[in-house]
Design a protein around this ligand. Structure first.
Ligand SMILES: O=C(O)C(=O)C[C@]1(C(=O)O)C=C[C@@H](O)C=C1
Length: 352
């Protein structure tokens, strides 16, 4: 076939796709009307998961699973906006990794606003200014984010989804030569994650200036030609800052996991994870006794971290399954005085 013939066929398929998209959105609109009369949540991660799973099973064409995710997640985001536009608060500033995490779930069409602190994100979702909040919970190199645990303890919001983002840093600068760089801006954690690069390239001697975020670092470096920023590629792009080195992090498998919080609970999807906070009495054996119940019920714990909340030792525990699964419900009921269920949500990852 000639190029013109191929393009003619593509045009025809695009017309059909457009018609089908509109037919789908017509139905979605009706779903939205139903939900808006009952007050049911618009975002149903477990339903989206079910659709994606079915499509991947039925797929015999050239599309990879990742391509199916990319195409359909964006379509779901458009659908949700049509049902009822809902704002998303994320730990800012713009172009932060949290912003990236938010966009990977809610697509390009949603209404986003950056909030300066994790507590602020929880506050804006609690007071209804945003329907969803996106906050980091842990990084593969730096561990758990205490502020997020504290807020999960203090606020009455639920974790409704998790997202994992691969963290890659770049060194971006207006300077033409490495020798001209007199200062490097970044977030303290990012400096920590790029130690090998900094010493291998002789930046040990260069002044390192910690700022609130890697996005802010990019902004400052764009205004100061004798400086550089350690930041994300997205932040460098936003501030028009040329990238000198890519992937400068020590651990090339550096990932951050984020939680999406909101004011509703998910129904089971068949592939869920649950997060809990447990405040156990300070007596020997109380943790073992608690964990034995999980073992006896054959529930696979995926995480257990101790943490201090307001001077009291608590455990942040995660396991496979949904809080309404009968065996899990029983354990939660048995320990209800010491447990706070933070949420059950579609499991996206095992290893962070
Ligand atoms: O099935 C629903 O509850 C819908 O709102 C429709 C739909 C979709 O586009 O298929 C949109 C948003 C939800 O997150 C899940 C699915």
């Amino acid at each position: 076939m000639t190029l013109d013939e191929l393009r003619e066929k593509i045009d025809h398929i695009d017309d059909t796709l457009l018609k089908l998209y509109n037919e789908r959105m017509e139905l979605v609109h009706q779903v939205g009307e139903l939900k808006n009369t009952t007050g049911a949540p618009i975002y149903r991660p477990e339903r989206e998961q079910e659709i994606l799973k079915r499509l991947k099973e039925h797929n015999h064409g050239k599309l990879t699973d990742e391509a199916i995710d990319a195409l359909f997640l964006e379509m779901f985001a458009v659908a949700r906006n049509l049902e009822r536009p809902e704002a998303i608060a994320y730990l800012g500033p713009e172009a932060s990794f949290t912003h990236q995490a938010a966009e990977s779930k809610f697509g390009a069409m949603s209404v986003y606003f950056p909030v300066a602190t994790i507590k602020g994100v929880f506050r804006e979702v609690s007071n209804g200014k945003a329907k969803f909040g996106v906050v980091p919970i842990e990084n593969s190199s730096n561990g758990i984010v205490s502020d997020t645990i504290n807020c999960l303890n203090d606020y009455d919001l639920k974790i409704i989804a998790e997202v994992v983002v691969e963290i890659h840093h770049v060194l971006a600068t207006e300077a033409e030569n490495i020798k001209d760089i007199e200062r490097i801006y970044s977030k303290d954690i990012a400096f920590g994650q790029c130690q090998n690069f900094l010493s291998d390239f002789g930046f040990d001697e260069v002044e390192q200036i910690p700022v609130e975020s890697t996005a802010k670092a990019a902004k400052l470096a764009a205004e100061d030609p004798q400086s550089a920023a350690i930041c994300s590629a997205v932040a460098a792009k936003i501030y028009n800052l040329p990238v000198l080195f890519e992937n400068i992090e020590d651990n090339q498998n550096n990932r951050t996991r984020f939680f999406i919080v909101s004011d509703f609970e998910n129904a089971p999807s068949g592939n869920d994870k649950t997060s809990l906070l447990v405040k156990l009495p300070n007596k020997p054996g109380s943790l073992v006794e608690f964990l034995n119940d999980f073992e006896a019920a054959n529930i696979n714990l995926t995480k257990i971290k101790s943490h201090i909340v307001e001077g009291v030792s608590v455990f942040f525990i995660e396991f496979n399954g949904h809080k309404d699964d009968p065996k899990i419900k029983e354990i939660i009921q048995k320990h209800k005085d010491v447990i706070k269920v933070l949420g059950s949500y579609v499991k996206e990852t095992d290893d962070i």
